[in-house]
Design a protein around this ligand. Structure first.
Ligand code: ADP
Length: 660
């Protein structure tokens, strides 16, 4: 086994790899950008090397710097994690050329699967079922439109270099084809530097089922069963599970066999995932699944398979890379129970899931095990106080639960999400919690369209629990300080507000909440009924009109966040003197609503624009966000360039001030 390895990644996956390495007695070297000097993965590793400034192109994507760091620290092998350099055959080759071991497949196997079109042709030859479509080299718009018509509408356009759903467009009819193709090409070029596409039949009610494989250098190839990743939003996985609901032993055997054949066909080594699409509308059938692509690395969602097999996949990766034979055979593997994983992100669900940034002023999870199998497992690369920066993926944590059956594992997930608390940034926690309560999902009726169909209900802000605003008002007033004391002793504080009727104005986001508390004979009344509150154990209990409720509580800066199951709300005291920078600038400027990349700039100084005209497209987390002219006018200034990374709140384009 290696004595020391370098991890060419950051965040939760770097931390997860370090944990297994440490357990195996393998020393670890982290790499970091300037933005990550104080990051958790740096603190966890035995050593860390700075490899460049914050932008990924100048740090985590710099293979030369990573290899130099490994050589300088005496690391014998490099684990690429996922993303970044993990599926870059040139990097895998350069690692080997430097006399180091790449903890992953040979460069040739990565290349074989690197482009979706070539991979599909190869799989067809290996006898693996593939979705009907055009996977060839011809890229003429008219030609592709003819192919699409031949395949039959609807079709899916995919970037051949694609990943993470980028550059993917669903087209329902011939008239939309050219425009969607142009958009797919633009996204693909910006994301992968390659605008080649393929066109394939769109499977209605598709299910995404993927099979985990391992291959060692001794000719052993096994599969560790399937995961169902059908719960997606815009082709991005949201909650994954293993095994797949409704899977039959026949279909599992057929899929496992196809995945093992796919791995053998390309001389695979290490951990990999073969992704298939199944037609959910007809039920799972051994002849109803098709190869989509192979991910030649560890997947984000690998913990659900670890949970049901009891294996540590990073340990297997290290053993295989060190030349050891697989410690288990196919016959040794059994499915034990059921597991789910939910991806907790800093993102604003109400604003179309815009990626968010912020400092995690408060972060707390239910009792859980980290990076190892348990009924509740939390894999996270951040700690309380860490920032979610605009530079990297805004993932906060993966929350993984395991149980003897699907219903138990799902209830555990619901409970674990209910007990998770984040303050300082918006998150998708309420959305994830709502998903765990979705009746169709609960019944195992999953397909990739489920979230889109029920998006409104799933992303609706839950009603604020009664008493929440009153609790916030009492906490923000300082009435309940110091913690643990009875509010009655602080009534003098209330007197300072003026006594009698006390108006309190709170802000929850942009919403103003007016409350009237009444002081009467030593009692606090809200809407005429007694209001009592006690602080204890990081929470506040509110007793109002005979109903007692407990909220989790975090104070940060001038704000307070209250938590109830699946719900978090941050309140501030209203300060009439504070101006909102968004309203200040609106009307005359286009401001980036999120950190992202400017993929289109259609404004020049002096240009006349009409209200509603798209002037800038900012892309972040696989989503395009069009910024339109707020009114008719003339462009005064353009403060960005196409291809530039921008921060949330940056003024991109300013208009000449309106007349008068
Ligand atoms: P990426 O590499 O960008 O993630 P994939 O090829 O893995 O792209 O597909 C991502 C998701 O898109 C799948 O999980 C599935 O939900 C959907 N998808 C892909 N191909 C099809 C298809 N032919 N029909 C319907 N949905 C599809």
């Amino acid at each position: 086994m290696f004595r020391k390895i370098l991890i060419a990644n950051r965040g939760e996956i770097a931390c997860r790899i370090i944990t297994t390495a440490r357990r195996m007695g393998v020393a670890t070297v982290a790499v970091c950008s300037d933005a990550d000097r104080d990051a958790r993965h740096v603190a966890l590793a035995d050593e860390a090397i700075r490899i460049g400034p914050a932008p990924v192109a100048e740090s985590y994507l710099r293979g030369d710097a990573v290899i130099a760091a490994a050589l300088a620290t005496g690391a014998e092998a490099i684990h690429p994690g996922y993303g970044f350099l993990s599926e870059n055959p040139d990097f895998a080759g350069a690692v080997a050329a430097a006399g180091l071991v790449f903890i992953g497949p040979p460069a040739g196997a990565i290349s074989a699967m690197g482009l979706k079109d070539a991979a599909k042709r190869l799989m067809e030859q290996a006898g693996v079922p593939v979705v009907p479509g055009y996977h060839g080299a011809e890229q003429d718009t008219g030609f592709l439109a003819d192919e699409a018509a031949r395949i039959g509408w609807p079709v899916l356009i995919k970037a051949r270099a694609g990943g993470g759903g980028k550059g993917m467009r669903l087209v329902g009819a011939a008239r939309d084809f050219a425009a969607e193709l142009a958009a797919a090409r633009r996204e693909a070029l910006a994301a992968f530097g390659d605008d080649g596409v393929l066109v394939e039949k769109y499977i209605t009610a598709p299910r995404h089922i993927e099979v985990q494989v391992f291959a060692d250098a001794h000719g052993n190839v096994i599969h560790a069963f399937e995961r169902d990743c059908s719960l997606q939003r815009r082709h991005q996985k949201v909650i994954e599970e293993a095994p797949a609901p409704g899977m039959t032993p026949e279909m599992r055997a057929a899929m496992g066999k196809a995945a093992v054949e796919a791995a053998r066909a390309i001389g695979y080594r290490g951990a990999g995932t073969v992704e298939f699409i199944a037609d959910g509308s007809t039920g799972l059938r051994p002849d109803g699944f098709w190869f989509m692509e192979m991910n030649t690395r560890l997947q984000v969602e690998h913990p659900v398979s670890e949970a049901i097999t009891g294996l540590d996949f990073v340990e297997l990766q290290l053993r295989i890379a060190a030349g050891q034979p697989l410690p288990v055979t196919q016959g040794d593997l059994r499915i034990d129970g059921h597991a789910f994983e939910a991806r907790l992100y800093a993102e604003d669900v109400g604003k179309g899931f815009l990626p968010a940034t912020g400092r995690l002023d408060h972060l707390s999870f239910p009792p859980a095990t980290e990076f190892a199998r348990a009924p509740v497992r939390v894999d996270s690369g951040v700690r309380p106080g860490d920032a979610i920066s605009p530079w990297y993926d805004p993932m906060i944590a993966k929350i993984i639960t395991h149980g003897p059956d699907r219903a138990t594992a799902l209830r555990r997930l619901e409970q674990a999400l209910a007990e998770t608390q984040v303050a300082g940034t918006v998150t998708n926690l309420a959305f994830l919690h709502a998903l765990t309560r979705h009746p169709g999902f609960g019944a195992g009726q999953v397909d990739t369209g489920l979230i889109a169909r029920d998006l409104a209900a799933l992303s609706a802000l839950p009603d604020a629990p009664a008493g929440e605003a009153a609790a916030a008002a009492l906490v923000l007033s300082g009435l309940l300080d110091p913690p643990g004391t009875d509010p009655w002793s602080h009534l003098r504080g209330l007197r300072l507000w003026g006594g009698g009727e006390v108006p309190v104005t709170l802000l929850r986001g942009d919403d103003r909440i007016d409350l009237r508390l009444t002081l009467e004979g030593g009692r606090i009344l809200l809407d005429g009924a007694d209001l009592r509150a006690t602080l204890q154990d990081g929470g506040v209990t509110i007793d109002h009109a005979g109903h007692s409720r407990r909220f989790g509580l975090a104070r940060h800066g001038d704000a307070v966040t209250l938590f109830s199951p699946g719900h978090a709300a941050t309140f501030r005291r209203h300060d009439p003197l504070r101006r909102d920078r968004r309203t200040e600038a609106s009307g005359d400027a286009l401001i980036s609503p999120m950190p992202g990349l400017v993929t289109l700039l259609a404004a020049k100084p002096g240009q006349s624009v009409a209200q509603g005209e798209v002037l800038v497209i900012v892309e972040a987390m696989k989503m395009e966000h069009a910024l339109r002219a707020p009114r008719d006018g003339t462009v005064a200034e353009v403060q960005v360039a196409q291809g530039q990374q921008v921060q949330d709140g940056t003024v991109l384009v300013a208009l000449e001030p309106a007349d008068g």
